[in-house]
Ligand binder design. Structure first.
Ligand SMILES: [Ca+2]
Ligand SMILES: [Ca+2]
Length: 396
């Protein structure tokens, strides 16, 4: 085709040269024609190369296209089926969706009391598989999250849990502190009709404790009270010249006075709690009848002490080498206006002061008892004891 085109051009040039007489003088010579022809030949060669290259590219594209088209149906048949495998509902659960085509979704839920593990939704992919992983319904462990507060114990139930709360906590999660505390003091009193504490029961939230009045201490048993011996433990503030006497709940500082002198009777203190009569003139009968000794005694009693109770004993003893009195008489000489005490002989040498009425504290009572000595029925001497009974406010 390229060759015939070149020939046609050459012919056209020759004809132009032959048929123009006037132009014979100006017609190109052979050399010029050859130059033109060569230029045309170059031009045609360039055209031929571009044309050939265009064809080659077109062929190449066509081959690529054919290749891809030929591969396409093969891939669809092997890797892209139109459905995914059938899916079943999980045990204790439900499946929603029954179409397993490409792009379709299937959903899963669990029955109450179970929670879903895995994928709740799965989609059919173009490679014939489902997205996600299998759904499983597990039994719900409600206690796993430790829902009970304040030391409550979680108890598993069917589809629920229950908190067992410690004392003084309530609510579904033991979140409320119990407003109404158990009053152990009251409960004990009503249940047993007794007292939980010897003195005072103090109810506190969640518990109770016993308390003792001032001057008493709580014993290790946690409920009994015992008087504090201020004298023994040096907790008193008695001044010099006085003596500390411990009492239930308190203490006294005493300095008993001897009987005042009158006439020719006078006394001298021989110890903090004893006075002795000075020697009497030989002819003074009143002096001889006056108490030869006066002693002072302090007895601390609890309130409502059970009676009869022996409080005090009085006895005589013969001086060494001398015969003692052959008989004694005992009596109460003062302070027993209400018949609270009796004085009686317990054996030949001893008299006893006996409490016969219950004394309710706090109170103090003084009672004077005497003991008269006789020898061959003749009065010898009289001894007086002043007994100070100190009744505490409490029965302990
Ligand atoms: Ca309580
Ligand atoms: Ca005391």
């Amino acid at each position: 085709m390229a060759l015939s085109f070149r020939r046609r051009c050459l012919l056209l040039l020759c004809l132009t040269a032959v048929h123009s007489d006037a132009a014979v003088q100006t017609c190109m010579d052979k050399h010029q024609v050859v130059g033109v022809l060569r230029q045309m030949e170059k031009f045609l060669k360039g055209q031929e190369l571009r044309f050939t290259e265009g064809l080659r590219i077109m062929k190449s594209k066509l081959a690529t296209l054919q290749n891809s088209v030929s591969k396409l149906p093969q891939a669809d048949q092997s890797a892209a089926p139109t459905t995914c495998p059938t899916l079943e509902a999980p045990a204790h659960g439900t499946k929603f969706g029954s179409k397993y085509f490409l792009g379709h979704e299937v959903h899963f839920t669990c029955f109450p009391g179970y929670h879903l593990v895995g994928s709740a939704t799965r989609v059919c992919r173009d490679n014939g598989t489902w997205t996600g992983i299998s759904a499983v319904c597990n039994d719900v462990s409600e206690c796993a999250s430790n829902p009970c507060q304040n030391g409550g114990t979680c108890v598993e139930g069917v589809n629920q849990y229950k908190c067992t709360c410690p004392q003084n906590w309530s609510g579904s999660h033991c979140q409320h502190q119990t407003q109404t505390d158990v009053n152990e003091c009251e409960v004990y009193r009503l249940d047993r009709g007794g007292k939980l504490c010897a003195h005072e029961c103090v109810n506190v939230p969640g518990s109770y404790h016993c308390a003792c009045p001032s001057g008493y201490k709580l014993l290790p048993d946690g409920r009994s009270c015992e008087d504090v011996d201020e004298c023994l433990t040096q907790q008193h503030n008695c001044s010099r010249g006085t003596t500390c006497i411990n009492t239930g709940g308190d203490f006294l500082c005493v300095n008993p006075e001897c009987p005042a002198s009158h006439g020719n009777i006078s006394y001298v203190r021989t110890s903090p709690f004893q006075c002795e009569r000075n020697p009497c003139p030989m002819d003074s009968r009143s002096c001889h009848l006056a108490p030869k000794t006066v002693s002072f005694h302090y007895l601390s009693l609890t309130s409502n002490l059970k009676t009869p109770a022996t409080l005090f004993r009085m006895a005589t003893a013969a001086a060494p080498g001398r015969t003692g009195p052959d008989s004694l008489r005992f009596g109460i000489v003062g302070g027993n206006t209400r018949g609270i005490f009796v004085m009686q002989r317990s054996d030949r040498q001893t008299g006893e002061l006996i409490l016969v009425q219950q004394l309710r504290g706090p109170q103090e009572i003084s009672v004077d008892v005497d003991m008269s000595e006789y020898s061959e029925r003749t009065f010898q001497a009289k001894h007086v004891a002043r007994v100070n009974v100190l009744v505490s406010p409490y029965g302990f």
